[in-house]
Design a protein around this ligand. Sequence first.
Ligand code: ZN
Length: 345
Amino acid sequence: MELSHTDKKFLIAEITRELGAAKDGGGKNLIARCPFCGKPGKFGVYIGPPTVRKKPFMSHCFSCGRSTLTPEQLVEQIGRPDLILTPTAELDAPLDATLLFPLDTPQEEIDDRLDIVPLPPFYRRCFAHPYLNGRGFTMDDFEYFPAGTTHGLNRRWDDYVLFPILDEGDTVGYVARHTWAKAKIDAHNRRAKRSGDYKILRYRNSVENDFVKLLYNYDAVIEDETDTVVLVEGIFDVVALVRKLELYDNTRAAVVATFGKKISRTQVFKLQNKGVRTVVIGYDGDAVEAIKKTAAELSQWFDVLVADIPDPTKDWEDLNPEEIYRIFSDRLYTPSEYRLRKVQE
Ligand SMILES: [Zn+2]
């Protein structure tokens, strides 16, 4: 049974009361006395967003090992089957009103299921790398943003640095960036075209999960704690902005990449799901039309601001901390202010 956000909140409140439960540190589980064996503090009910392995209201006792898999089983077990209203009989069910009065925005089903993705063979994390050091990576960056290589043992990825994409701690994809500069790759590929040599791909990313379902640095968004998310285009923007604004340990604000200049419904849902309220769009300065479109879409669900990078040729990697602070203090616009300014400029 699919639970709405309101149903979920209600159920969490009731179960908390019924079991005298408390949230754990991460806020993803309710911890209570086990309804099976009575051991205090050993029974966990998962209340985080759905992941590959975990579904909301799965429960497990770490003392007696008993568990439930669905919300129905759980409420049954704690003696409160009244908490879930089972949909009633099909025969005289009224016509679905949404079929008669289609809504402006159809309630499409959001598929946020993700497969766990293996990293290429011989992948090993690194804490220093000439290419990344050259792009300004610090010790903190290597600590907060796992990156690695295949260490000369896997030809397909040997000249790449890889960034695992994590979601609730699971690896759900990776971005692999060739370590040559774009100009050098382009030059090689022009020569290769004439000589029949192999072509170099600047990126050789994972293919298992569609990237429209992924967000980079999503785990930095903490449910009901992170209020503001800055949306950027790519991984290097995330790392640069976190470093330059020193947001590493800031749980109120997080920087997240959408892998391009637009956001999908699934990505929106993933932010909503964690209780984010304000979204600051930080796409590159040249992305004016994409920013207007994204701002209009996001305004349906969040308070939206645009961080306007004045120089259209620059991104967060190119700007120094002072320039960035100035953008966040003087050039943060509402979507309508932004539209107006871009007409005037
Ligand atoms: Zn138990």
